[in-house]
Design a binder for this molecule. Structure first.
Ligand SMILES: O=C(O)C(=O)Cc1ccccc1
Length: 319
């Protein structure tokens, strides 16, 4: 019975790293899995009501921000991030039974997987051709659908696949641990409708989208100063084209702290005063549970105390 269970849209088919991230949130049977073909469709499924939540990749140690996710969240009906999950990323080069490594001419792979294995591929299979895939398990599903690995209609001989998915799709490994960076990780987020903000834990992150005032020298510096003077560290900042004219960029950033932290709230109010567009994309617990360094004069009590003092000054009672 799946009635009443939360519905999660995610990049499928089954066995992707995105599904591994979803499993950190809801076990099989605790939710309805809605596999889709791309990140934008997962996010749109929440907007249309086809899903309650989407699980999407937002940042990787190799590629930085996942632009499809950042762009989908930056515009359109507002959604928020509720939670983040980290997934270690490794790849196996796999194929249908019978295919040998020396026969491999064309490899199907998600573009992010391809870049993560570039050095290994250049060294071991220098003339191999990349056949782009929509996810890390899409080519595995094609092979499992019954086409032999050497079938010309398939268009590829092998695929870069998450290690855990090799067996479930009936593939055989040709080479394991082919990713160039052994400690590669991808950060995934749960996206849902705005509502109650997850409570502060003391180790939180706040994601924002900000547009700067046009033609103003130092506008980017002024935006960053809102955080700097209040002791708020940023763990990610990226520019993305707004899309309406050349030279117009939107900034997507993660700030350390929760919107209910005084220093973060004050910084966001500063952005609201100075910037033509600010979108709050959520405050949520950090997956690594690392607490921020609180600099002198930027604790909640400092802001509350300063506000009380100002009241006294204004009321003529300050000592
Ligand atoms: O979730 C997956 O498995 C994907 O296909 C997206 C992806 C690609 C590369 C690294 C992490 C996630």
């Amino acid at each position: 019975m799946s009635e009443g269970l939360p519905r999660y849209a995610y990049l499928g088919p089954a066995g992707t790293f995105t599904e591994a991230a979803l499993r950190q949130v809801a076990a099989v049977g605790e939710c309805v899995d809605l596999p889709v073909a791309d990140v934008a469709s997962a996010i749109d499924a929440v907007r249309t009501g086809d899903a309650d939540f989407a699980v999407v990749a937002i940042e990787s140690t190799v590629e930085g921000g996942v632009t499809a996710t950042l762009d989908s969240l930056a515009a359109g009906d507002p959604l928020v991030i509720l939670r983040e999950m980290l997934v270690p990323v490794q790849f196996t080069l796999a194929a249908a039974p019978g295919v040998r490594l020396q026969d491999v001419r064309r490899i199907s792979a998600h573009p992010h997987a391809w870049v993560q294995c570039r050095r290994w591929l250049a060294h071991h299979l220098p003339s191999v051709v990349h056949v782009p895939a929509t996810s890390n398990t899409a080519p595995a599903a094609l092979i499992a659908a019954g086409r032999s690995g050497t079938d010309a209609a398939l268009g590829f001989d092998a695929a870069l696949v998450p290690p855990a998915a090799v067996e479930s799709y009936g593939l055989v490994p040709l080479a394991e641990n082919v990713a160039d960076n052994v400690s590669a990780q991808t950060r995934f987020v749960v996206v849902g409708h705005p509502g109650d903000v997850p409570p502060a834990t003391g180790a939180d992150k706040t994601t924002l989208v900000v547009h700067l005032p046009d033609n103003e020298a130092g506008a980017l510096l002024a935006m960053l100063e809102q955080f700097a003077v209040r002791g708020v560290n940023l763990s990610r900042i990226e520019s993305r084209p707004i899309g309406d004219a050349l030279g117009r960029y939107s900034f997507s950033l993660d700030a350390e702290g929760h919107i209910t932290d005084e220093r973060v709230g004050e910084a966001v109010m500063g952005l609201h005063r100075r910037c033509p567009f600010v979108r709050f994309l959520g405050s949520y617990p950090r997956a690594d549970a690392v607490e921020p360094t609180v600099h002198v004069g930027t604790a909640d009590t400092d802001f509350v105390g300063a506000r009380a003092w100002l009241q006294q000054v204004r009321g003529g009672t300050a000592t």
